[in-house]
Design a protein around this ligand. Structure first.
Ligand code: NAP
Length: 349
C-alpha cells in the first residue's frame, strides 16, 4: 500500500457503523500521527439505499443524519441505481467495512457485499457474523486467509466478543501451539441476565433489564437460547481451530433452564454460572464443540467476571493456560476492533 489515504466504503450505519464514523471524526488526527495514514469514506449504505462519491462523503453530516433518525436516501449523493454490493464493486475502495445486521438464514445482504469486495480486490473487515457462519470456507478462499498469494485481506476480530481479541490471540499469539481446549464466554447479554438472576431477579425481569441496556439482540432467543454464542464458536472453530464447522456441528443449550437456586449456589461458593462455548480436542485431532451454561468454580480464571464482562481461556500444549477478558461499554469495543483490523491490514500495527 503506497497511498497514505485509503478509501473505504461502509455498509450498515447502526450502532457499529455510525460509531466507526464517530471514531474517525474524533481520532482522525491521531490515526495520521501514529500510523501515517488517512481514511476517506467514499460510500455508505443503510436499509434505505446507498450514497456514493469517489471524491469523499461528509462523514460528520452522515453521523448527524443517522443520529437524528434520518436515512441515506435523503443524502445529496444518494444513488438509487446502486445496491450496496454494486457500490462496493464500483468503488474499488481499499477497504470494505461491513456492519449490516447478522442474518443466519442466508447471510444477506452481508454475504454478497463481502463477495463483491473480495472479488474486486478490496480488503474486507466484518462486524457482521452471518457471512462468516454460513460461508467461511468460500470467503477464506477468496482472501488472504486461504486464497492465492496477493488476495485481499479478510478480518473480523470484532465478530467474536467485540474487542476481546479471541480471534487474534487464537490465530496469531498462540501460533505454533496446539489448542487442546478453549472456553469462550462471548455473550455479554447472558452474563448480565445470569448476574441479575443470581442477585434475585426473575428471568423475565433480568431479560427486560438487559433489554433496557440495549444489549439484547432484536430476537432475544439468539442470546438466551445460546445461538449468538454458537455463531461465535463456529467462526472460532473455522478461523482458529481450522476445523470446517457449521451450526449443525454444535450442541447448543441456552439459559432458560438455569434455576435461581443453581445460580445462587454458584455465587455463594465464590464462582458463577456462564454460557460457555467449549472446544475440546479429541484423540483424532478433531474438536468437540458445544455451547451450554456451566458452573465456574471460584478457582476458574473467569469466575469473577462481572457486569457483562466477556473472556476466553485457551489451554495449549506448549504455552499452558492463556486467559483474556474484556469489559466493554456499548458498541465502542467492537467498532475499535474494526479499526484495529484496518490498521493491521495497512501494515501499520
Ligand atoms: N452492536 C454490537 O455491539 C455488535 C458487536 C459485534 C458485532 N455486531 C454485529 O455488527 C453488525 C451491526 O450491528 P449494529 O448493532 O450496528 O446493528 P444495527 O444497529 O441494527 O444497524 C444495522 C445497520 O444496517 C443497516 N441495514 C439493514 N439492512 C440493510 C441492507 N439491506 N443494506 C444496507 N444496510 C442495511 C441498517 O439500516 P437502517 O439504519 O436504515 O436501519 C443499520 O444502519 C451486526 O451484524 C451485529 O451482529 C454488533
Amino acid at each position: 500500500m503506497n497511498d497514505h489515504t485509503y478509501q473505504f466504503v461502509l455498509t450498515g450505519l447502526g450502532n457499529i457503523g455510525r460509531t466507526f464514523l464517530e471514531i474517525l471524526i474524533s481520532r482522525g488526527d491521531s490515526l495520521r500521527r501514529r500510523y501515517g495514514f488517512d481514511l476517506r469514506c467514499v460510500g455508505v449504505s443503510d436499509s434505505s439505499g446507498v450514497a456514493y462519491d469517489p471524491a469523499g462523503l461528509d462523514i460528520a453530516a452522515i453521523v448527524a443524519l443517522k443520529r437524528g433518525g434520518g436515512r441515506v436516501s435523503a443524502l445529496p449523493k444518494h444513488r438509487p441505481d446502486l445496491s450496496s454490493a454494486g457500490m462496493v464493486a464500483l468503488s474499488g475502495a481499499a477497504f470494505l467495512l461491513e456492519a449490516t445486521p447478522t442474518n443466519l438464514q442466508d447471510a444477506q445482504p452481508g454475504l454478497d457485499i463481502v463477495r463483491a469486495a473480495l472479488r474486486g480486490g478490496s480488503h474486507a473487515v466484518l462486524a457482521s457474523k452471518g457471512p462468516l457462519v454460513l460461508a467461511y470456507a468460500e470467503l477464506a478462499a477468496m482472501s488472504d486467509l486461504a486464497g492465492p498469494q496477493g488476495s485481499p485481506a479478510l478480518r473480523f476480530s470484532g465478530a467474536v466478543g467485540g474487542a476481546l481479541p479471541t480471534i487474534n490471540v487464537g490465530r496469531r499469539d498462540l501460533a505454533g501451539a496446539t489448542i487442546d481446549r478453549a472456553e469462550l464466554i462471548v455473550n455479554g447479554t447472558t452474563q448480565v441476565i445470569l448476574e441479575e438472576m443470581a442477585a434475585g431477579m426473575g428471568f423475565d425481569g433480568a431479560l427486560a433489564a438487559a433489554q433496557a441496556q440495549g444489549i439484547v439482540e432484536p430476537d432475544p432467543s439468539l442470546d438466551v437460547d445460546g445461538w449468538d454464542a454458537a455463531n461465535k464458536l463456529v467462526i472460532f472453530a473455522n478461523a482458529v481451530l481450522g476445523q470446517p464447522t457449521g451450526l449443525s456441528d454444535l450442541s447448543v443449550a441456552g439459559i432458560r433452564a438455569v434455576s435461581a437456586e443453581e445460580l445462587r449456589a454458584a455465587w455463594d461458593a465464590g464462582g458463577r454460572i456462564s454460557v460457555v462455548g467449549l472446544a475440546e480436542r479429541q484423540g483424532d485431532g478433531r474438536y468437540r464443540l458445544s455451547v451450554a451454561p456451566a458452573t465456574l468454580g471460584p478457582e476458574h480464571p473467569l469466575a469473577h467476571m462481572r457486569h457483562g464482562e466477556m473472556g476466553a481461556v485457551f489451554y495449549s500444549d506448549i504455552i499452558g493456560r492463556t486467559t483474556i477478558a474484556s469489559l466493554e461499554d456499548g458498541p465502542m469495543g467492537s467498532t475499535q476492533a474494526m479499526l484495529r483490523d484496518v490498521i493491521e491490514i495497512a501494515g501499520r500495527a
